[in-house]
Design a binder for this molecule. Structure first.
Ligand SMILES: [Zn+2]
Length: 236
């Protein structure tokens, strides 16, 4: 199925289910029609950062189907997006549920607004990889073997790439965001830590706090280039 670039309404691209959430929602991935995907780009592992889903959907709906060259997960935590929560339906921060060397059973604390105490507790899961969303994503990545993963979060306003890769540096140039080797605090059991242990390059793309018009103006062209293959030549 193809659509003209002027059709920005419905999301017509056909997805594939790669599993189910704890609440039974289908976990969806949008894959290129022909080329084997080299970049996996994903949004909303934190359901309260669903602007990432909106931006990726906008990109996907503004290209011809054959132009898609990367794989896209619009929402790695669909139930969190629907509920407006950082965690999944079982209260687990999926970004602390990965089986890494440093996974910890301790609760993870976050703050909801700048300037407030970091005292809202979430579970990292009873054990590492306890959640179906986590297990499904691990299996998917082992199957499709991306050369690069870009995980979109908000709203620290930085590009986190411990390798300081050429792609990350180009995104930094275009976005004006700062390049950092980590987000500045420990993230036991995070998806990024898991990717590093699997030797899968990962860029954590922390959107800034911007009004939506500016956000789209600056970041949609970059995200669109990530999904249409512009960056493939820069992959190692
Ligand atoms: Zn996040």
């Amino acid at each position: 199925m193809s659509h003209s670039p002027s059709e920005f309404g419905p999301l017509t691209y056909i997805s594939r289910g790669y599993g189910y959430s704890e609440k039974g929602s289908v976990l969806e991935i949008f894959e290129p029609l022909s080329d084997s995907p080299q970049i996996l780009i994903m949004g909303s592992i934190h359901g309260d950062e669903s602007l990432s889903t909106i931006l990726l959907s906008d990109c996907l709906r503004s290209i011809q189907d054959h132009e898609l060259k990367s794989s896209i997960i619009l929402a790695a935590n669909p139930d969190g997006v629907l509920a407006g929560t950082r965690c999944n339906s079982r209260g687990v921060d999926l970004n602390r549920n990965y089986p890494t060397d440093n996974w910890s059973p301790d609760p993870v604390y976050y703050r909801n607004r700048p300037g407030t105490p970091q005292n809202i507790a979430l579970s990292p899961g009873d054990v590492a990889a306890s959640e179906s969303e986590t297990k499904a994503l691990i299996k998917l990545i082992q199957d499709i073997k991306p050369k690069l993963i870009v995980s979109i979060h908000g709203f620290l306003g930085c590009i986190d790439d411990p390798d300081a890769s050429p792609i990350a540096k180009d995104i930094v140039l275009r976005s004006g965001l700062e390049l950092v080797p980590d987000v500045g605090y420990a993230t036991p059991g995070s998806f990024g830590s898991w990717c590093k242990e699997q030797a899968i390059p990962i860029i954590t793309y922390e959107l800034p706090s911007l009004d939506i018009t500016e956000m789209k103006r600056i970041h949609i062209p970059i995200l669109k280039d990530l999904i249409t293959g512009h960056y493939h030549k820069m992959l190692l």
